[in-house]
Design a protein around this ligand. Structure first.
Ligand SMILES: [Zn+2]
Ligand SMILES: [Zn+2]
Length: 498
């Protein structure tokens, strides 16, 4: 970096840091009031909550959130990370904010209306696709046809940084996967804590990795679960063992000052050798970010190396017939400090990591399968992994028309669950369902009552829906009558809430 740029960067950073300190210090805590951190993409704010009880939606309305605008997650003082509903009550007493579970509340995160997930989806998606278990009932429900998982952990590449680099024309292969999006990491946003949550699918409070010194995982990683189910696995790490799991450690063999080239070579070798489940952890973006953050060319070069590596993996997987799930994720993000970049705080730059995935070969098309839920001005998009990560419903349904009659076990998500996840709220009377082939039908709103059996199915008889899918509306005979077939819309692609 040139000296003049360092000077400008330092002045800007000092001003930013000073502004943050002032805004937090300005909160004059009155009797019994509690301060709460509110995080959304692009913003971190500390707010003061008076004593009393309010809903989560009410608390966030001060930050410009309209009710129902996407999911809300709560960071608790016992290091849980919990999805909370709009109506969840937050009680402030004696300077402490609490959820109705009694857990102390440190921060609320919301998506700014966009789709948002957490790093827990990494383990649950990999496991679901390998039919290891389903997070909601721990039984294999769906065989997504995936026989191999290739996971790339890109240390330190937060969602905000990813967007910034993409704007500079870097990361074309990563953004080219088409569905990169923000994913909350755990608090504190540091490598072992974020990695542990991604690999186990459980928050720190459950997996046991709650701080930098924590090494002993209490929950199995998805690689370990896959290993016990008979899959071959490889977990490729850098020079240090920061979790007490089976790792292949790698050092800078060629002495070029970087270990990622060795890690990448090992990943390609494992893919070539046909290892079923592989995870490679790349470190150079985090290293370069700590060194110089956004003003440094080093970060651009490191990101460029990672992106070319992703491109190589994509072209390698494109040439094979093995049904494969590729998952990309980061462990945390990073914010600018006066000495480069750092992470470990309640800030949107640190806490918004990212995930992206794509399938190859003869696997269910996780990436192209998107369901849009339209609610007035607002639309939320769900990919198949998003749906699979919701509470699943399984049922035996007869689907009968004048020309056909079949009974099958369908697996999917209840429309009531989907609408709740989309934040559809109340006050609507019908659902306009459309399919990718142009068919459409209208369903009375009361059919979507919880427990009615109205569902968006993604699997039939334990296999992904191929000809009629990837998603199909299933309307039970209890709602539509004996000839329910005309209502079971194939290849459903959007739901408009009216
Ligand atoms: Zn890290
Ligand atoms: Zn770091």
């Amino acid at each position: 970096m040139k000296p003049s740029r360092i000077l400008i960067a330092s002045v800007v950073l000092v001003l930013c840091v000073a502004a943050v300190i002032i805004s937090v210090a300005d909160l004059d805590k009155g009797d019994g009031a509690a301060s709460l951190i509110i995080i959304s993409p692009g913003s971190t704010e500390a707010v003061l909550m008076e004593e009393g009880r309010r809903s989560a939606a009410d608390v966030l309305s001060g930050q410009g959130r309209v009710p129902g605008a996407g999911p809300i997650y709560a960071y608790t003082s016992d290091q849980d990370l919990i999805r909370v509903q709009d109506g969840a009550s937050i009680t402030v007493r004696d300077g402490v904010a609490r959820l109705s579970s009694g857990q102390g509340l440190e921060a609320l995160a919301w998506s700014g209306g966009e789709r948002m997930t957490t790093l827990m989806s990494v383990a649950s998606t990999a496991s679901t696709c390998l039919s290891l278990y389903h997070p909601s009932n721990e039984e294999p429900l769906v065989r997504a046809g995936v026989e191999r998982v290739v996971a790339l952990e890109i240390d330190g590449l937060g969602w905000e940084m990813l967007k910034g680099l993409a704007d500079r024309g870097i990361l074309k292969n990563i953004t080219g996967l088409g569905n990169a999006g923000p994913a909350l990491t755990a608090y504190p946003p540091i490598t072992n804590v974020g990695t542990a949550m991604a690999l186990t699918g459980r928050p720190p409070a459950w997996n046991g990795i709650i701080e930098r010194e924590g090494h002993f995982l209490r929950e199995p990683t998805f690689l370990e679960t896959a290993g016990s189910a008979g899959f071959t696995t490889a977990h490729i790490e850098g020079p240090s063992r920061f979790l007490n799991i089976d790792l292949e450690l790698h050092v800078d063999l060629n002495g070029n000052g970087d270990v990622d080239d060795e890690i990448h070579a090992m990943l390609l070798e494992e893919i070539e050798n046909g290892t079923d489940v592989v995870l490679a952890h790349y470190h150079s973006v985090d290293d370069a970010g700590h060194e110089g953050f956004a003003l440094d060319e080093g970060l651009g070069n490191a990101s460029d190396f990672i992106d070319r590596s992703v491109g190589e993996v994509v072209s390698m997987l494109s040439d094979t017939s093995v049904p494969t799930l590729l998952i990309l994720f980061s462990d945390h993000g990073m914010h600018a400090s006066n000495e480069g970049g750092e992470h470990g705080e309640y800030s949107h730059e640190d806490l918004f990591a990212f995930t992206a995935w794509r399938t190859f070969g003869d696997a269910a098309p996780l990436d192209v399968c998107a369901l849009e839920v339209e609610m007035g001005e607002r639309t939320m998009k769900f990919d198949l992994p998003d749906l699979m990560n919701m509470t699943a419903t399984v049922g035996t349904y007869a689907v009968r028309s004048s020309t056909s009659n079949g009974t099958h076990v369908f697996t999917g998500v209840e429309v009531a669950t989907l609408l709740e996840a989309a934040g559809a709220g109340a006050g609507w009377t019908s659902l306009e369902m459309s399919a990718s082939d142009g068919y459409a039908l209208s369903v009375p709103g009361e059919w979507a009552a919880p427990g009615s059996g109205l569902m968006i199915a993604y699997a039939v008889d334990g296999r992904p829906l191929v000809d009629d899918g990837p998603l199909r509306l299933i309307v039970p005979q209890t709602l539509a009558g004996e000839y329910n077939g005309q209502f079971c819309l194939k290849s459903v692609s959007s739901v408009e809430v009216v």
